[in-house]
Write a protein that binds this ligand. Structure first.
Ligand code: NIG
Ligand code: FE
Length: 415
């Protein structure tokens, strides 16, 4: 056994050991499993023990550890899990941010040839190495902001060759970078220029999905179920074909309008339904009933100037709500801390709920083992040391990165 790391004398360590099986939506501060004047020891990459500094450091002396961190005055939380991003793309769309500020809508920009299809053009033109460099750069930024696991979708290829290339690059980035990358196939992210929707759906089902299945990288299959993009029947067709090919469904549901994507997510047994800005009471009930994780993306509402998802409705119904960055060219933030600030100020989550939403509940949206996003014996040694005395500083210190150091499997990967 190798003693990989000991982080000691922390003002507090938030373990989330009981939040993981609470399973009843709302989170009280006492469910966070907080130790004060605490230490965590990581052996062979896994948490061996968390507790008061005295007993932990007697059993696991910091001087014997590969990495010893004195965390006096600081707090320690599990690394963030970001369960929804489109972090692999080429090109720049900062001018669309300006256009939106001048009053253009997301749909106006799409109609003028901007938006997703513009990124598709740039991504198809980019070489594999440029794409890989872009993704690795964004993963560095995420890591520096405390994210240790992230989901990344394809969907800027919209043809078999480029979709496979994107998944290959996502897989290479996962090998090369300390952040764990969970790959999602999203050939049904938009309808390519000059194509008819039904006919493109047939391409996704008949060509792309079989090729993605034999490539063997993607774990999830996602679809943009949206007015003017893929309707419920088309989305269902894609998700059922994805399931037959061994991928678990996910749905972009009710982002710009209410068309029934949430009910679809419940019916196909999706791991998550994401966005949910226009969900109804029946939608909330359907998700809770069928154990689909609602993934809320406050940065997207912020960037679109749209109304936020009704997070309280999900929490009151007992849903284990997750939050994500939705990092993409239209929602340009890699920071889970910023998403947490927005989730508190704009969606009414408590800081405790926002922490659970960005760790254990986010891990559930990716079907990860239950102890991912917690710090207890057996959890991965994935943690963030905050330059602040309590975890509340993550959302409280808005616009500033509270993360000072990050450990992945007990190795110091950012400091
Ligand atoms: O989750 N909604 C669809 N996809 C992204 C936007 C992608 C883009 O504009 O490039 C989203 O918001
Ligand atoms: Fe998205």
């Amino acid at each position: 056994m190798t003693l990989t790391a000991v982080v000691h004398d922390a003002a507090e360590i938030v373990t989330l050991e009981s939040a993981e099986d609470a399973g009843d939506g709302e989170i009280d501060e006492d469910e966070l499993g907080i130790y004060t004047d605490a230490a965590v020891a990581v052996e062979d990459g896994e948490v061996a023990r968390v507790g008061a500094t005295g007993p932990v450091t007697r059993e696991f002396p910091p001087e014997n550890a590969e990495h010893a961190i004195d965390a006096s005055g600081k707090s320690v939380i599990p690394g963030f899990v970001d369960p929804h991003t489109h972090a692999l793309f080429a090109g720049d769309r900062s001018d669309e941010f300006e256009a939106k500020l001048r009053g253009k809508t997301y749909q106006d920009i799409m109609e003028e040839g901007g938006g997703i299809l513009r990124t598709v053009r740039a991504t198809r033109e980019a070489g594999d190495e440029e794409l890989l460099d872009n993704l690795l750069g964004h993963l560095d930024t995420m890591l520096a902001h405390g994210t240790t696991t992230v989901e990344v979708k394809s969907g800027y290829g919209l043809d078999t060759e480029t979709e496979l290339r994107m998944l290959e690059v996502i897989d290479r980035a996962d090998d090369r970078h300390p952040v764990d990358v969970v790959p999602t196939f999203m050939g049904a992210h938009a309808v390519p220029e000059g194509r008819e929707t039904d006919e493109y759906v047939e391409e996704v089902v008949d060509d792309q999905i079989p090729a993605v299945e034999s490539q063997g990288i993607a774990e999830f299959c996602d679809v943009f179920c949206e007015e003017g993009v893929f309707d419920v029947a088309q989305s269902r067709r894609v998700l059922e074909a994805g399931t037959d090919a061994g991928m678990t469904p996910k749905v972009h549901a009710e982002e710009l309008a209410h068309i029934g994507g949430t009910q679809l997510a419940a019916e196909v047994g999706a791991a998550s339904a994401d966005h949910l800005l226009h969900s109804t009471e029946e939608d909330v009930a359907a998700l809770v009933e069928s154990d689909v994780v609602p993934v809320l993306l406050p940065g997207t509402a912020f960037g679109l100037g749209a109304a936020y998802a009704d997070a309280r409705a999900f929490l009151d119904a007992g849903a284990d709500v997750a939050i994500a960055t939705d990092f993409n060219p239209n929602c340009y933030s890699q920071s889970m801390g910023f998403a947490a600030s927005l989730s508190c100020v704009e969606m009414g989550l408590t800081p405790a709920e926002s922490l659970v939403a960005s760790t254990t509940n986010a891990a559930a949206a990716l079907d990860l083992p239950e102890n991912v996003g917690t710090l207890q014996a057996g959890s991965p040694g994935d943690l963030a040391v905050l330059d602040a005395p309590t975890y509340v500083h993550v959302p409280y210190n808005f616009g500033v990165n509270a993360v000072e150091a990050v450990l992945k499997d007990g190795e110091v990967v950012h400091r």
